[in-house]
Design a protein around this ligand. Sequence first.
Ligand SMILES: [Zn+2]
Length: 266
Amino acid sequence: MIAAIVFAATVFAVNQGSIAFVTFPDQAGVKSMELHWSDKKIPVVHTENKWETVVGIDLDIKAGDHDAEVDVTYNDGKVEKRPIVFSVGSVKFPTTELTVDDQFVRLSPANQQRAARETKELEKIYATLTPEILWSKPFRSPIPGQTKGSNFGHRRVFNGQPRAPHSGADLKASTGTPIHATNRGRVVLAKNLFFTGNTVVLDHGLGIYTIYAHLSRIDVKVGQTVEESQLLGLAGATGRVTGPHLHWAARIQDARVDPFSLLSIQ
Ligand SMILES: [Zn+2]
């Protein structure tokens, strides 16, 4: 029998639509670390006594093992490649099939154009990775006391046509309820959008964005840095909604994740 020498991969067990909080102990002589996964290069940041990063696991990613690696660069220039595995568990998100009059789902050409333009604008934001940690832990619910939402990952099929899954969590909120920043970050969008109404997007660094939608009032401006719990605006029912609530979402390196999974970062 021939024994092969293999470097055991570190396994991170995660679920579809959640996050992997990846940490490595402090190590002498290490200059930098970077996590490589599919087409993504995610910085691993040195904090007080460890190296850490957050990886978004999209709600639609295939369940099973996904190989990744961390490139560790030493002060002498040597690079070591550490294998890691994201072991992704499948989550059964609910599906609702609806038959509706076409006029309720078809947009006017003008609205279609506007929505497409805004989608592009958001895609550009989510594709940008700020290579530093802007947050100051821990993350908190934007409505103090509400520790879970509903509808994350919910798939709706209109007249046999599947729509994009619901990529955020809906929190109960009447119009005028104060909405707070989940953590420290920079305001990268603060305006009215076709689907999500008055919307605020915060950049927390390392590709982590949080989104607050359907607001009745926006109290922050693009470029401004907000602190954890700072007032962003008031809940409302702007955009394509049937009633007031807060739609809270998170994009992490463009992956759609349940925003409440951020609360597990410590
Ligand atoms: Zn929603």
